[in-house]
Write a protein that binds this ligand. Structure first.
Ligand code: F6P
Length: 357
C-alpha cells in the first residue's frame, strides 16, 4: 500500500486545487493500492495531527476552484524549532504525524517560507516533494509559479478599469499590486495594463523622476497617468535605511502602504488629485486562469512522477519549458527577484514606461 500526504501552506493562490487534483489523479493512475491523506491547514495540521483520508471523488470538480480544499495557514519558519507556551515540539510533532500515517511521501505546496520548512523536514529525513505556488513568482529555481499568471490577469483588469475612470477625470492613479518583496506582479500587470510608471522594489525610485514622468505626459497633452506600484516598492532614500530605521520611518508617515505614501509625495508634481487603488486579496482570489490550470496540473502530475521514481527532497520546477526536479537545499531561503537588466524592463523602458530611476 502506497501512502501519500498532501498539504498546502502559506498564503493561498489560484491553482492550488488544480495542483492537488493533478497530484491525486496521476497517483491514482499509477498505483492500484494507494491512500492519499489531506493534511488540514498546512503545517498546522501536520503539527496537530489534523488530517483526513481522501477519496477519489474529493478531487473531482476542483480544477477551476479558487483557494484550497485542504485549507492553509502561515506557520513562520523561524518559529519552527521554538518551543512555545504549549510545550509542543513542532518538528517532532510533524515527524510523528508522518510516521503515524506511514507516509511514503509528503507533497507540500507553498512559497518561500513553506520551502524553508519543507527543506527542514527533508533534513529531518522526511521524504518530501514540493510544488511552487505563489502569486509573487519569487521562488528560486523555477521560471514560473502557479497563481502568478492569474494574479497578473486580475491586476491588469484592475488597471484597465482604473484607466477609463482616470481618463474621464484627468486624474493620476496609483494601483498598488501585491508581490511581497519583489516586483514580478507589478511589472507584468503594469505592462499588460499599459501603466505609464511602474515602481518595483528591485529599482528604488527617485520621486523627482516619477514626477518628471507625469510632467512629461502633461506636456504631451495627456491629462491622466497610471502608476503600477509593487507593495514592496521603496524610494532611494528608504533603500539606504536599515530594517529598523525603515520600519520607524514608515510608521511615522501614518500611511498604511506605499501607494498612500507615494500619493502624498507626488502631490507637488501632479496637476490635481492623486488617487489610490489597492486591490489587495482580490489578486489571490477566484478561479485560476487557464494557464495556471495547465501549469498546476503539469506540476502536480510531475510530482506524482517523482514519487514513483522515489526522487525525494526536490521541488517540481518549470525551467525553459521543461518540468525538472530542483533540490530543496538549492531553493530554500533564496529569493528570485526581477533582474535589473531583464528583457521585460528594457522593453517597457523602450516603449516609454518610467521606472522612476
Ligand atoms: O505571498 C503572497 C502574498 O499575497 C503577498 O503578495 C502578500 O504580501 C502577502 O501574501 C499577504 O499575506 P496575507 O494574506 O497573510 O496578508
Amino acid at each position: 500500500m502506497m501512502r501519500v500526504g498532501i498539504l498546502t501552506s502559506g498564503g493561498d493562490c489560484q491553482g492550488l486545487n488544480a495542483a492537488i487534483r493533478g497530484v491525486a489523479k496521476a497517483l491514482y493512475e499509477s498505483y492500484d493500492e494507494i491512500e492519499i491523506y489531506g493534511i488540514r491547514d498546512g503545517y498546522r495540521g501536520l503539527i496537530g495531527e489534523d488530517y483526513r483520508l481522501m477519496k477519489p471523488e474529493d478531487f473531482s470538480g476542483i480544477l477551476t476552484l479558487g483557494g484550497t480544499i485542504l485549507g492553509t495557514s502561515r506557520q513562520p519558519f523561524k518559529r519552527m524549532r521554538v518551543i512555545e507556551e504549549n510545550s509542543v515540539d513542532k518538528v517532532a510533532a510533524m515527524k510523528k504525524t508522518v510516521a503515524r500515517l506511514c507516509l511514503d511521501c509528503l507533497v507540500i505546496m507553498g512559497g518561500n517560507g513553506t520551502h524553508k520548512t519543507a527543506n527542514l523536514l527533508r533534513e529531518e529525513g522526511v521524504p518530501v516533494v514540493t510544488l511552487p505556488k505563489t502569486i509573487d513568482n519569487d521562488l528560486w529555481g523555477t521560471d514560473v509559479t502557479f497563481g502568478f499568471q492569474s494574479a497578473v490577469d486580475i491586476g491588469a483588469q484592475v488597471i484597465d478599469c482604473i484607466h477609463t475612470t482616470a481618463t474621464s477625470h484627468s486624474r493620476v492613479f496609483i494601483v498598488e499590486l501585491m508581490g511581497h518583496k519583489v516586483g514580478w506582479l507589478a511589472l507584468h500587470a503594469g505592462m499588460a495594463g499599459g501603466a505609464d510608471v511602474i515602481l518595483l522594489p528591485e529599482l528604488p525610485y527617485d520621486i523627482s523622476r516619477v514626477g518628471a514622468a507625469l510632467e512629461k505626459r502633461r506636456r504631451q497633452g495627456k491629462a491622466f497617468s497610471i502608476l503600477a506600484v509593487a507593495e514592496g516598492a521603496l524610494s532611494r532614500r528608504e533603500a539606504k535605511m536599515g530594517k529598523k530605521e525603515l520600519a520607524a520611518f514608515r510608521e511615522a508617515s501614518g500611511k498604511p502602504s506605499v501607494a498612500y505614501r507615494l500619493a502624498e509625495e507626488l502631490e507637488p508634481y501632479a496637476d490635481g488629485e492623486v488617487r489610490v487603488c489597492v486591490p489587495g486579496h482580490f489578486q489571490r482570489g477566484g478561479p485560476p486562469c487557464p494557464f495556471d490550470r495547465v501549469l498546476a496540473t503539469q506540476l502536480g502530475a510531475a510530482a506524482a512522477g517523482f514519487i514513483r521514481e522515489q526522487r525525494f527532497g526536490v521541488m517540481c520546477a518549470m525551467v525553459n519549458g521543461s518540468l525538472v526536479p530542483v533540490k530543496l537545499e538549492n531553493v530554500a531561503g533564496k529569493l528570485k527577484k526581477v533582474p535589473e537588466d531583464s528583457a521585460a524592463i528594457q522593453l517597457a523602458r523602450d516603449t516609454g514606461v518610467s521606472f522612476g530611476i
